[in-house]
Design a protein around this ligand. Sequence first.
Ligand code: GLN
Length: 248
Amino acid sequence: MKELKILYLYPDILELYGDFGNIQVLRYRLEQRGFKAIITPYSIGDLAPNFNDYDLVFAGGGADQEQSILAKDLIQYKDNIQQAVDDGVFFLLICGAYQLFGKYYKGVEGNIIPGLEIFPYYTEAINDRKKRCIGNIVIETTLNNIKTKVIGFENHGGQTFDVNTPFGDVLFGNGNKFGDSKEGFFLNNVIATYLHGPLLSKNPELADYIIKYCLDRKYNENITLSALDDSFESCVREQLLDRFLKKL
Ligand code: GLN
């Protein structure tokens, strides 16, 4: 039976607005097609993981406090993570985790949380706690040369700068900073985004894009994923897109 090994980083610390739902969706969509999902949680104090042993690494969002707690632990794996990124292991990083893969995160009080510096962007919060990018968001990205709308929910004070390869164009909501036209970071095997939601339940095409990428890479094949009944998801998506995009 074909399988995917998923490393789930800091599930006890990074979990906002249903981020765990992404893991559930991956498991569901794999199992429905007869694949196995092996999900390994890692958090502070656990045995060091070898990132290259996994097909997919997932990390969710967290508030500044949580980010400062785990940054030191995460940074000890910098070289190993860089190697896995270079080797093509897929990384899906949400919000707080997105920020931690950049150069640094500067909090509301001006405190600096060091990042992994795997990617060249950096994030700074506006020094006013009340000023946050909060709300529903719709972006347009390109997956396998097909334009796809991605729906989510954002809640971040951090404003991310110097993103050369964004995840998508903002159609509704803020994105990398207040009123930005771009959202997230997307480079080959890495998607880092502010979209909670949970992201993958609202966007089954994105979930399948990631699953196919991981299976193709692992088994060196061009796998065709069997269609699942996404009629409920499609109906919800239609309604949400109608609601958010018609406001424009
Ligand atoms: N602490 C970060 C911010 O407010 C991340 C929040 C989040 O993960 N939703 O910018």
